[in-house]
Design a protein around this ligand. Structure first.
Ligand SMILES: NC(=O)c1ccc[n+]([C@@H]2O[C@H](COP(=O)([O-])OP(=O)(O)OC[C@H]3O[C@@H](n4cnc5c(N)ncnc54)[C@H](OP(=O)(O)O)[C@@H]3O)[C@@H](O)[C@H]2O)c1
Length: 245
C-alpha cells in the first residue's frame, strides 16, 4: 500500500515497537499520531522525535477513546492507517489461590478487546478512504503459548483469529488488514524475560514497513517465521521448546 502522505494512529506509540514504527513511518512521509496513558512517556517520545503528534488516551476507557476519535477528526481530518499496538504482558500461575481477577480483566481489555473495538469504531471512516489499513500487533506467541503468561497468549491468539476474520470480511473493500506477529524484542514490555535473542524493535519496524508497502498481510519477522512453521509441523515439540526452563 502507499504510505506517503497518509495519517497513521499508533496506540501505545510512546515506546518500544510502537515508537520504532512511528519513526519508520515518518521517514516514509506519513503524519503520525501516537497515543498512550502516560503523558510523560508521550512527551519524552516527542522530545526525541518532534514531528510526532500526541494524544493521551487509555484505550480501554471508551470515553477517552471517543474523545481521541473526535480529536483525530477535528485536528487531523481522520486517519488512513490504524495500528493497534498498545499491550501489556503479565505472568500468572493459575494454581495461585489469589488470582488477581482485575489484572486478568485489564489484560484482556487492553490486549484483545481494545483492538477489536478500535477497529470497529474507525472502520466506517476507513471504508470511505480510497486506500486504508488496520494493522494489529499480535505475537509469535499467538501460535505457541508461553505458558507462564496464559492470558497474554490467549489474548494474542484471539487477536490473531479476529484479524483473519476481519481481513476476510473486508475483502474487496479499500481497507487492508495486516497482522504483525512480533518476535521477542528488546523493549520494556519484556524487560523481565531473561531470554537471549531479543531483536531491536527498529529492525522489526523496518521490516514491517517493507511488508506494508508490498502488501504482505501476515508479517512474521525473524523467529516468528520459524515458530509458525514448527507449530504446524511439530506443535507438541515446539510447546516444549518455547517453555523450556
Ligand atoms: N516486546 C516483545 O517481545 C513483543 C513481542 C511480541 C509482541 N509484542 C507486542 O508489541 C506491542 C508493543 O509492546 P512493546 O514490546 O513495544 O512494549 P512497550 O514499550 O511496553 O509498549 C507498550 C505500549 O502500550 C502502551 N499502553 C499499554 N496499555 C495501554 C492502554 N491501556 N492505553 C493506551 N496505551 C497503552 C504503553 O504506554 P502507557 O503505559 O503510557 O499507556 C506503551 O507505550 C504489544 O502489543 C506487545 O504485546 C511485543
Amino acid at each position: 500500500m502507499n504510505i506517503n502522505n497518509t495519517t497513521v494512529l499508533i496506540t501505545g506509540g510512546g515506546s518500544g515497537i510502537g515508537l520504532a514504527l512511528a519513526i519508520a513511518l515518518l521517514k516514509e512521509n506519513a503524519k503520525v499520531i501516537i497515543c498512550g496513558r502516560n503523558q510523560q512517556k508521550l512527551d519524552n517520545a516527542q522530545l526525541q522525535v518532534p514531528e510526532l503528534n500526541l494524544i493521551q488516551c487509555d484505550v480501554v476507557d471508551e470515553t477517552q477513546v471517543d474523545n481521541m476519535i473526535e480529536t483525530v477528526h477535528s485536528k487531523f481530518q481522520g486517519i488512513d492507517i490504524l495500528i493497534n499496538n498498545a499491550g501489556i504482558f503479565q505472568g500468572y500461575n493459575v494454581q495461585n489461590q489469589n488470582l488477581p481477577f482485575n489484572k486478568i480483566q485489564q489484560e484482556l481489555a487492553i490486549d484483545l478487546e481494545a483492538p477489536i473495538l478500535l477497529a470497529a469504531k474507525f472502520l466506517p471512516e476507513l471504508l470511505k478512504k480510497p486506500e486504508a489499513a488496520i494493522v494489529n500487533v499480535s505475537s509469535g506467541l499467538a501460535y505457541i503459548p508461553l505458558t507462564s503468561h496464559p492470558v497474554y497468549c490467549a489474548a494474542k491468539a484471539g487477536l490473531h483469529s479476529f484479524t483473519l476474520s476481519l481481513r476476510r470480511q473486508l475483502k474487496g473493500t479499500s481497507v487492508k488488514v495486516f497482522e504483525l506477529l512480533a518476535p521477542l524484542m528488546d523493549t520494556e514490555l519484556v524487560s523481565e524475560v531473561k531470554m537471549s535473542g531479543k531483536v531491536p524493535p527498529e529492525k522489526v519496524a523496518a521490516y514491517t514497513v517493507k511488508c506494508l508497502k508490498n502488501n504482505t498481510y501476515q508479517i512474521r519477522p525473524g523467529m516468528t517465521k520459524a515458530l509458525y512453521l514448527m507449530s504446524r509441523l511439530a506443535p507438541g515439540f515446539m510447546e516444549g521448546q518455547v517453555n523450556k526452563g
